[in-house]
Design a binder for this molecule. Structure first.
Ligand code: C2E
Ligand code: CA
Ligand code: CA
Ligand code: CA
Length: 279
C-alpha cells in the first residue's frame, strides 16, 4: 500500500510537470502562431427558429499546430488570456472575421450578423473600441453587421471602462450579445445598464430541455424574461429536433447548434450560404 502511495505521488508530479511543460511549450508556440498563419476561423450559422433563415455567423478560432494538429480554443484561449497574447490574437480575429464577412457581402450572400467572441482582458485594456473601428474600416464591413459576444461574468458594476466602450460601440451601430447566459455569478442589474441586444442561453441548459424539468423551467423563464426586456434570445448547443421544438414553442427567437450546422471553414460557409440563398 505504501509503494502504491508513492507511485501515485510520482505519477501525479510527473503529470504536473508534463502539464506545466506543455503549457510553456504551447505558449511559446502561440507567440509565433499568428505570424506563421497557423490560426484560422471557423463559422457556425445562427438560425431564426420560426423561419429557418440564417440570421448570424459566429466566428470560432482554431489553431492548426504543426505537431499537435488541430487545437480547440478551450486549450489555448485561457493560455492566451494569462500571457497577454490575447490582445494580438483578438485583434487578428476581428480583422480576419470582418474581412471574411465582407467577402460574403460582396458575393451577395446573406449571413445576417457576424458574431465575434471578445475576452474580458480585451475590454479591460480599453483599446477595443479603436481595434474594432480599424477592423471595420480596413474591411469595409458596416458596423451594423458586427455583434460582439461577451460573457456576463466580467460585466461588473464598477467596470466603467468596459461599460463606456460598450456604450460607444452601440452608438456606432455594433451590437452586444451576452454569451453563456446563466452561467455567470453577476446580478441581472447589468441588463438595465448595458446596451445589450441579445442573450445566448448557455448550452449546458439546452442539453436536457427535452427531459429535465428544471432545465425546461430555467430556459422557458430566460426566454420569457429576455422577450419582456425586448432582447433577442438565442439558444446554443441545439442538437435535436425535440430541443428545437421546445424552444420554438416557448418563444425563443434563434438557435445555434449541430442540428443546423457544425462550425465550418470559410469556403464551406460560402457553399452553405449559396445553398440557402433563395433561388
Ligand atoms: P462559445 O462562445 O460558447 O462557443 C460555442 C461552442 O459550442 C463552440 O466550441 C462550438 O463549436 C460549440 N458548439 C456549437 N454547437 C454545438 C452543439 O450543438 N453541441 C455542442 N456540444 N457544442 C456545440 P469551440 O469552437 O470549441 O469554442 C469554445 C470556446 O472558445 C467558445 O465558447 C469561446 O468561449 C472560445 N472562443 C472561440 N473562438 C474565440 C475567439 O475568437 N476569441 C475568444 N476570446 N474566445 C473564443
Ligand atoms: Ca460565443
Ligand atoms: Ca456560449
Ligand atoms: Ca462557452
Amino acid at each position: 500500500a505504501k509503494d502504491r502511495g508513492r507511485n501515485t505521488y510520482e505519477f501525479y508530479t510527473e503529470e504536473l510537470t508534463r502539464k506545466a511543460f506543455e503549457r510553456v511549450l504551447l505558449e511559446s508556440n502561440l507567440r509565433l502562431a499568428v505570424e506563421r498563419e497557423e490560426l484560422f476561423l471557423n463559422y457556425q450559422p445562427q438560425i431564426e427558429l420560426a423561419t429557418g433563415r440564417v440570421v448570424g455567423m459566429e466566428a470560432l478560432i482554431r489553431w492548426n499546430h504543426p505537431e499537435l494538429g488541430l487545437l480547440s480554443p478551450t486549450r489555448f484561449i485561457p493560455l492566451a488570456e494569462d500571457s497577454g497574447l490575447i490582445h494580438a490574437i483578438g485583434e487578428w480575429v476581428l480583422r480576419e472575421a470582418c474581412r471574411q464577412a465582407r467577402a460574403w457581402c460582396e458575393a451577395g450572400l446573406e449571413f445576417g450578423r457576424l458574431g465575434v467572441n471578445v475576452s474580458r482582458a480585451q475590454l479591460q485594456r480599453g483599446r477595443l473600441f479603436e481595434d474594432i473601428q480599424s477592423a471595420l474600416a480596413a474591411s469595409g464591413l458596416p458596423p451594423e453587421r458586427l455583434e460582439l459576444e461577451v460573457t456576463e461574468s466580467f460585466i461588473m458594476e464598477q467596470d466603467t471602462l468596459a461599460v463606456e466602450q460598450l456604450d460607444r460601440l452601440r452608438d456606432c451601430g455594433v451590437s452586444i450579445a451576452i454569451d453563456d447566459f446563466g452561467t455567470g455569478y453577476s446580478s441581472l442589474s447589468y441588463l438595465k445598464r448595458l446596451p445589450v441586444h441579445k442573450l445566448k442561453i448557455d448550452k449546458s441548459f439546452v442539453l436536457d430541455i427535452a427531459d429535465d424539468d428544471n432545465d425546461m423551467a430555467i430556459v422557458a423563464a430566460v426566454i420569457s424574461m429576455g422577450r419582456k426586456l425586448g432582447l433577442t434570445v438565442l439558444a446554443e448547443g441545439v442538437e435535436s429536433a425535440r430541443q428545437a421544438d421546445f424552444l420554438l414553442e416557448n418563444g425563443c427567437h434563434e438557435a445555434q447548434g449541430f442540428l443546423y450546422a457544425r462550425p465550418m471553414p470559410h469556403e464551406a460557409v460560402t457553399a452553405f450560404l449559396r445553398e440557402q440563398a433563395p433561388k
